[in-house]
Ligand binder design. Structure first.
Ligand code: SAH
Length: 350
């Protein structure tokens, strides 16, 4: 496997067969070398910096019915809430005072959040915090809507494609949803000028290594600025309640491969990764990740934004949470950056 990793490191690409071989290789030596190479590439563009993004979960209402998700429309046990403008602005203020310079508004697809309502919040955030980046993650919207949100001052948009395999996409989503539309939205976002994030879940039911190769190929085509991946984790009141979680090792392997294929990408060590393993986020940082998204939603919102079982909800939101996170990041050999952390176009000068 050493030659494949070296080849991926040198050229940023492999054939489908080679990628599958790497994805399915479970040797410890492979993981060690992959982490080493991924770390060297991340350091070339971002040094030891880790960017923090304050995550504000604005609504657990959702019109969609994705089979894996705990806030899907037909999940009866889901506790529904939405934050209003003032609550969202309060979260941002707390986050700003903790040193965060990116705010991410994420939520289910909730008709309450019209273009006008979100634009009002975005422009107020823009006015109050000219030094911060504003990221939205509010699902599939029209091209016109994306244009308005951008014009109001939003900088970035996260929309995971979830899986680039149409067959698998259709097995984990209801009929009214389509991979085509998801992909169309991602290209619209890029065209609108957003720094755009795509991504996928690792280990959803029926996913094969060939499906993961498709995800990598799709990302090569899209060339997103951010890639969010995390293990699938079952939620007890969804159709996938009895499915197994995605594997920690496979998720880490995919992160390492992503870093080598997308040297400049902003790559978070996600909450789902931290949920399946206590060492998850640290392992992610050591295998190419350079972003962490502490949750700054009000505590009761964090409990209700329940995408999967046992979702990590502690840390981040308080000064104490941030200093614990800082300690974790420093112990891993990295440092928290105090800037917005935009996509890097050039290697850093040393
Ligand atoms: N409505 C927004 C935000 C979705 S929640 C959107 O469509 O983009 C953010 C991400 O959580 C999803 O994109 C999905 O990849 C992930 N997610 C949802 N359910 C999950 C589960 N059971 N396990 C792991 N990740 C999950």
């Amino acid at each position: 496997m050493t030659e494949l990793i070296e080849k991926l490191w040198e050229t940023g690409n492999l054939s489908d067969c080679e990628l599958e071989a790497l994805i399915t290789d479970t040797h410890e030596d492979t993981a060690v070398l992959l982490a080493e190479r991924a770390d060297s590439v991340r350091k070339k563009y971002y040094g030891r910096k880790v960017f923090l993004r304050g995550l504000i979960e604005i609504s657990s209402y959702c019109k969609n019915d994705c089979f894996y998700c705990g806030i899907r429309r037909s999940c009866k046990s889901a506790q529904r809430y939405r934050l209003d403008r003032e609550q969202i602005l309060d979260c941002a203020e707390i986050g700003y005072n903790l040193g965060l310079r990116t705010f991410v508004m994420q939520g289910g697809e909730d008709a309450f959040f019209t273009d006008d309502y979100i634009c009002g919040i975005v422009s107020e955030l823009r006015r109050r915090y000219p030094d911060c980046a504003i990221t939205l993650s509010l699902g599939e919207r029209s091209a016109e809507s994306y244009r308005k949100l951008k014009a109001a001052g939003a900088d970035r948009y996260l929309l995971r494609h979830e899986t680039a395999s149409e067959e698998l996409y259709n097995k984990i989503h209801p009929n009214e949803m389509s991979l085509d539309n998801r992909i169309k939205c991602l290209y619209n976002l890029k065209e609108t000028g957003f720094q755009t994030g795509a991504g996928f879940m690792v280990g959803v039911p029926w996913q094969t290594s060939a499906d993961l190769v498709r995800d990598l190929r799709f990302l090569q085509d899209l060339q997103p600025h951010m890639i969010g991946i995390g293990p699938f984790i079952p939620h007890k009141d969804t159709p996938f309640r009895d499915a197994k979680s995605g594997s920690f090792e496979l998720t880490i392997r995919m992160l390492g491969i992503l870093r080598l294929m997308f040297p400049k990408v902003l790559l978070p060590a996600t909450t789902a990764l931290g949920t399946i393993s206590e060492a998850g986020r640290t392992a992610g940082l050591k295998t190419g990740c350079n972003v962490i998204m502490p949750n700054i939603s009000p505590r009761d919102a964090r409990e209700k934004y329940n995408l999967y079982d046992n979702k990590l909800i502690s840390g981040g939101e308080t000064a104490e949470g941030i200093s614990l996170l800082r300690a974790e990041i420093e112990a891993a050999g990295y440092e928290i950056a105090d800037e917005r952390g935009d996509f890097a176009n050039e290697p850093i000068r040393s």
